[in-house]
Ligand binder design. Structure first.
Ligand SMILES: *[C@@H]1O[C@H](CO)[C@@H](O)[C@H](O)[C@H]1NC(C)=O
Ligand SMILES: *[C@@H]1O[C@H](CO)[C@@H](O)[C@H](O)[C@H]1NC(C)=O
Ligand SMILES: *[C@@H]1O[C@H](CO)[C@@H](O)[C@H](O)[C@H]1NC(C)=O
Ligand SMILES: *[C@@H]1O[C@H](CO)[C@@H](O)[C@H](O)[C@H]1NC(C)=O
Ligand SMILES: *[C@@H]1O[C@H](CO)[C@@H](O)[C@H](O)[C@H]1NC(C)=O
Ligand SMILES: *[C@@H]1O[C@H](CO)[C@@H](O)[C@H](O)[C@H]1NC(C)=O
Ligand SMILES: *[C@@H]1O[C@H](CO)[C@@H](O)[C@H](O)[C@H]1NC(C)=O
Ligand SMILES: *[C@@H]1O[C@H](CO)[C@@H](O)[C@H](O)[C@H]1NC(C)=O
Ligand SMILES: *[C@@H]1O[C@H](CO)[C@@H](O)[C@H](O)[C@H]1NC(C)=O
Length: 378
C-alpha cells in the first residue's frame, strides 16, 4: 500500500474543477520553474512574488524604524566641561541672611507649622556659626494640636542653571519626617520645574532619591550614565501621582548611615545638555570640592549618581528661576501616606498622633550644612 501510494507521480493527481485560476497559473508555471534556479524570480509563482514583496517592504520598514529607535537610544548629549566661576556663597554666621522663611500653610498637607524668622530664632530652630548652619524640628513641645513647628527656607536668589555644591554634615531622619533639599520656583510650579537633590522620609534608610518634576514632555527613557537606580522615567507631574522621575542611591547616600560617615557633598549641575547629581561621602571628596580656590570640574568626578540628559526633555525650557529650598516636613502627602509611614517603615500608629505627642523622637530631625556654593558658567 505504502509503496503504491508513494509511486504515484505528483503531476498525475487530479485537481478539482473548482480550483481558482490563480492556482492554475501556479501549476502552469511549474515547467518554467524547473528551468530556473530557486533564487531567480522568473521561476517564482505569483504568490511567492507577492510574499517576497511583502516581506521585503516589512524588512525595509523594520530597518528604518530600528535605525531611528536605535539612534534615539544611542543619542547622548555633549557634556564637555564648562568654565565655572563662583557667584554665590551661603556659609558661616550669615548663612540664613540670603534666605526667606516660608511660613504659609504647607502646600503638601503636612502636620507642620513652618515658622517665620523671628520665631525660628526665638525657638532656636535655625542656628548658624562660622562652621555650620542648623535647621530643625521642634523637639520640646509636648502636645501640638495643629502641627509641630519646623522650618522651610528659600533662597532669595534664583537660578536658571549652574553648578551647586551642597556640603552636608547631618541629614534629618526619624518616623514622621519628610525632609528635602531641593530647588523649585514655588510661584510657578510645575511650569519652571522642581529638582529634588535630597529627599527621604521616615527612617531614611532607603537611600536618597534625586528626582525631577515637570510639566508634560520630559522623558528620561533614554541613554543615561549614572550609578543610581532609575525609579520612573516620566517626569510629568500628572503621571504616577506626581512621583516624578527619580534615581535612587544606595543607603549611605542618606540618613543615619550618611551622618555616621560625617555626611558628605552633593553636587548638582544644571546646564542645557542635562542635569546631573553626584554624591561624595566625607572620606572621598575630590580636592576641587574642598578647596575654594580650585574651580570645580565635574568632568573629573566620574559617573554621576543621577543623570537627566536633555535627549527627550528640553531642560532649559522645563527648568527656570529655581530657588534653593531646605525644609523638614512632617507626615504630609508623602511621608505620612499609609503605604510609606506604616507599610514601608513600620512606624507606630498614626503619623499625626505620633508627631503631636513624641517631641523626643525628633532630636535627629535636623539638617546641618557646612555651606552651599553656586557657580555659573562663564
Ligand atoms: C512671626 O510669627 C509669630 C507667631 O505666629 C507672630 O506672632 C509674629 O508676628 C510673626 N512675625 C512676623 C515678623 O511676621
Ligand atoms: C541653639 O542651638 C545650638 C545648636 O544646637 C546650641 O549650640 C545653642 O546652645 C542653642 N542655643 C540656645 C539659646 O539654646
Ligand atoms: C493633646 O492635645 C489634644 C488636642 O488639643 C487633646 O485632645 C489631648 O487631650 C492632649 N493630650 C495630652 C496628653 O495632653
Ligand atoms: C521667580 O521666582 C520667584 C520666587 O518663586 C517669583 O516670585 C518670581 O515671580 C519668579 N520670576 C519669574 C520671572 O518667573
Ligand atoms: C500637575 O500640574 C498641573 C499644572 O500643569 C496641575 O494642574 C495639576 O494639579 C498637577 N498635578 C499634580 C498631581 O500635582
Ligand atoms: C536640548 O533639547 C532641545 C529639544 O529637544 C534641543 O532643541 C536642544 O538643541 C538641546 N540642547 C542641547 C544642548 O542638547
Ligand atoms: C523605623 O524606625 C522605628 C523606630 O526606631 C522602628 O520601630 C521601625 O522598625 C523602623 N523601620 C524599619 C523598616 O526599620
Ligand atoms: C490620626 O488620628 C487623628 C486623631 O487622633 C485623626 O484626626 C487622623 O485622621 C488620623 N490620621 C490617619 C491617617 O489615620
Ligand atoms: C521614640 O523614642 C523612644 C525613646 O528614645 C524610642 O524607644 C522609640 O523607639 C522611638 N520611637 C520611634 C518610632 O522613633
Amino acid at each position: 500500500m505504502i509503496e503504491t501510494t508513494a509511486a504515484i507521480p505528483k503531476d498525475d493527481i487530479q485537481r478539482p474543477e473548482s480550483e481558482p485560476l490563480v492556482t492554475h497559473t501556479y501549476v502552469s508555471g511549474q515547467e518554467d520553474r524547473e528551468h530556473f534556479p530557486w533564487y531567480n524570480p522568473h521561476g517564482w509563482s505569483l504568490r511567492t512574488k507577492l510574499l517576497v514583496g511583502i516581506f521585503s517592504i516589512a524588512a525595509i520598514i523594520g530597518i528604518i524604524v530600528g535605525a531611528v529607535e536605535g539612534s534615539k537610544t544611542r543619542r547622548y548629549p555633549d557634556y564637555s566641561p564648562l568654565q565655572y566661576r563662583l557667584v554665590d556663597r551661603y556659609k558661616g554666621e550669615a548663612f540664613f541672611e540670603r534666605f526667606g522663611y516660608f511660613s504659609d500653610e504647607d502646600p503638601t498637607s503636612g502636620f507642620v507649622r513652618y515658622v517665620n524668622q523671628s520665631t525660628a530664632l526665638d525657638q532656636n530652630l535655625t542656628y548658624a556659626t562660622t562652621d555650620s548652619a542648623i535647621l530643625r524640628v521642634d523637639s520640646t513641645t509636648l502636645n501640638t494640636s495643629d502641627g509641630r513647628n519646623s522650618v522651610r527656607i528659600e533662597s532669595k536668589a534664583t537660578y536658571d542653571d549652574g553648578l551647586f555644591i551642597f556640603d552636608i554634615l547631618h541629614t534629618p531622619y526619624g518616623c514622621g519626617t519628610w525632609p528635602a533639599l531641593w530647588l523649585t520656583d514655588g510661584s510657578n510650579w510645575p511650569f519652571n520645574g522642581e529638582i529634588d537633590v535630597l529627599e527621604a522620609t521616615n527612617n531614611g534608610t532607603n537611600g536618597n532619591a534625586v528626582t525631577l518634576h515637570t510639566t508634560p514632555g520630559c522623558s528620561m527613557d533614554v541613554r543615561r550614565k549614572e550609578t543610581g537606580d532609575s525609579i520612573y522615567t516620566t517626569c510629568d507631574n500628572s503621571t504616577n501621582g506626581n512621583a516624578g522621575c527619580g534615581v535612587r542611591g544606595p543607603s549611605l547616600t542618606y540618613g543615619e548611615e550618611m551622618n555616621a560617615n560625617g555626611g558628605g557633598i552633593y553636587a548638582l549641575e544644571i546646564r542645557p545638555a542635562g542635569i546631573r547629581a553626584w554624591f561624595f561621602p566625607r572620606d572621598s571628596i575630590p580636592a576641587d570640592l574642598t578647596e575654594e580656590s580650585i574651580t570645580p570640574d565635574p568632568s573629573a568626578w566620574g559617573t554621576a549618581l543621577a543623570d537627566f540628559p536633555n535627549t527627550s526633555c528640553d531642560i532649559p525650557s522645563h527648568f527656570k528661576n529655581q530657588s534653593i529650598i531646605a525644609n523638614i516636613d512632617l507626615c504630609g502627602d508623602y511621608g505620612g501616606r499609609d503605604d510609606v509611614y506604616t507599610d514601608q517603615f513600620a512606624c507606630p500608629g498614626n503619623c499625626t498622633d505620633f508627631v503631636a505627642r513624641n517631641p523626643k523622637n525628633f532630636t535627629q530631625a535636623y539638617w546641618e550644612f557646612g555651606g552651599f556654593w553656586v557657580y555659573s558658567s562663564v
